[in-house]
Design a protein around this ligand. Structure first.
Ligand code: GLY
Ligand code: MN
Ligand code: MN
Length: 447
């Protein structure tokens, strides 16, 4: 079986050209970008393989043991080093492109066997002003660079001149990854659509007496049924008190009537994450206190979404959400004092202790700095961020018992547009009315 090359290699080629142009602006050099290693799970069994996000962004090439080298200058070019074809290994593990197949299918200028990299790298490095490398992330990758550098230095009497600067290649790519191109946005829209179906199915299946893992299975079923390769992160299916554990992943509790169920789950499609949280009553109807908290979080999310537009800075959606939540906590008697005092002291953090979002893309917590030159980064069209306020109430003598164990988060994925933002995950029900209607109409078998 032949694994698929991307149907459209142009987006990957154009990213390589843009990175080369950026390197040239900085004086030129050579970039060395390896993919991820395979990782043993135990003995001879590996974790499912996933390419490194930076490498994928620039190549789309799916095999392990591959390194992309970009050489800037008059003869700027992209060279892939990858495994050779191997009839015996291909019988066991499947098709390999081999250098020539990879060059043709993925549009590299050149492709060479990975075994030649140690010898070729010093030749390619000599006379380049700088090495663009992600220093310190992987010991083997660092060793490859220092070994090659020393090989150039050792050849100095023959006239080889080693690069005298190491620059952070990831910093350059991070800036590119922050602004999604049309190819990326199309995939992220499809990922959002698959996650939407998964959440709807989960709502339809959840019922008192069922286990959280049954709901998790429903999510995974929807992801894979539509071709998503994996969950983008471990799915959180947290009922009752578990909803107040932010990174709960055991997913093994039997749900009870009266529970809320918080599901934070999104698929990874063609290496892009979706990240969606919905919270709903297992029995189909919110109780009064549950509804109070839910409506408050929903209002906080609406305020955050309204704050997303080009030119607004990164922290504005968070500030908007916090202000609504803090006022709501005051109104419900969860905190005391003036609004300013609650914001100033941070007492709202007893119930809302995380931030309102993060960049989203190839990584669920995606690449890109949040501050530039000490200031929050201004939002710009093409950026994708999550909007995920929440409220988590653990038992405490200072809190009315009716609110104990209520945990609510509502999370959507927002694409910044010239006018404001588009919610990629808007189709997934989130008003009280829409959720209760879906659950009432779902043909739910009792567990
Ligand atoms: N699911 C991870 C997050 O929401 O950040
Ligand atoms: Mn998130
Ligand atoms: Mn999430």
């Amino acid at each position: 079986m032949t694994p698929s090359a991307p149907a459209d290699v142009l987006p990957f080629q154009s990213r390589r050209l843009r990175l080369l142009a950026r390197m040239a602006e900085l004086g030129g050099g050579i970039a060395v970008i390896p993919t991820a290693p395979e990782c043993l799970r135990n003995r001879d069994t590996h974790y499912p393989y996933r390419a490194d996000s930076y490498f994928h962004y620039l190549t789309g090439f799916p095999e392990p043991e591959a390194v992309l080298v970009l050489v800037s200058g008059a003869e700027a070019r992209s060279i892939l080093f990858c495994r050779e074809r191997d009839e015996e290994r291909e019988i066991w593990d499947g098709y390999r492109f081999g250098p020539e197949g990879a060059r043709a299918a993925f549009g590299f200028d050149e492709a060479l066997p990975i075994a030649e990299l140690p010898q070729r790298l010093p030749e390619l490095m000599a006379h380049q002003p700088a090495i663009f490398h992600a220093l310190g992330f992987d010991a083997d990758a660092d060793a490859r660079i220092t070994t090659a550098l020393n090989a150039v230095r050792a050849n100095a009497r023959a006239g080889a001149v080693p690069p005298d600067a190491i620059r952070d290649v990831r910093a350059l790519i991070d800036e590119m990854r922050l602004l999604k191109d049309a190819h990326e946005i199309a995939i992220m829209r499809r990922a959002a659509g698959i996650s939407d179906e998964a959440h709807r199915r989960a709502m339809a299946l959840a019922a008192p007496g069922r286990f959280e893992y049954e709901v998790e299975a429903e999510l995974l079923h929807a992801f894979r049924r539509h071709g998503a390769q994996a969950p983008a992160y471990p799915s959180i299916v947290a009922s009752g008190p578990n909803a107040c554990v932010l990174h709960y992943v055991e997913n093994n509790r039997r749900m009870e009537a009266g529970d809320l169920l918080l599901i934070d789950a999104g698929c990874e499609l063609d290496s892009y994450a979706s990240d969606v949280t919905r919270t709903f009553p297992v029995g189909g109807r919110f109780s009064g206190p549950q509804r109070d908290i839910y409506e408050l979080v929903l209002a906080a999310q609406a305020a955050a979404i309204a704050a997303i537009r080009p030119g607004a800075h990164w922290n504005q959606p968070h500030e908007a959400a916090v202000r609504v939540l803090a006022q709501g906590f005051l109104d419900l008697g969860l905190v005391a004092g003036s609004l300013d005092a609650v914001l100033e002291s941070g007492s709202y953090r007893s119930f809302y202790m995380h931030r309102t979002g993060h960049w989203l893309g190839l990584d669920v917590h995606d690449a890109g700095e949040y501050k530039v030159g000490g200031d929050w980064r201004p939002l710009a069209p093409g950026m994708v961020l999550t909007v995920e306020p929440g409220c988590y109430i653990r038992p405490a003598s200072t809190v009315p018992e009716a609110f104990w164990h209520i945990g609510v988060r509502i999370e959507d994925d927002a694409l910044v547009t010239p006018e404001g933002c588009e919610i990629l995950t808007a189709a997934t029900p989130k008003t009280v009315a829409d959720i209760e209607t879906l659950m009432a109409e779902a043909p739910r078998a009792t567990a």
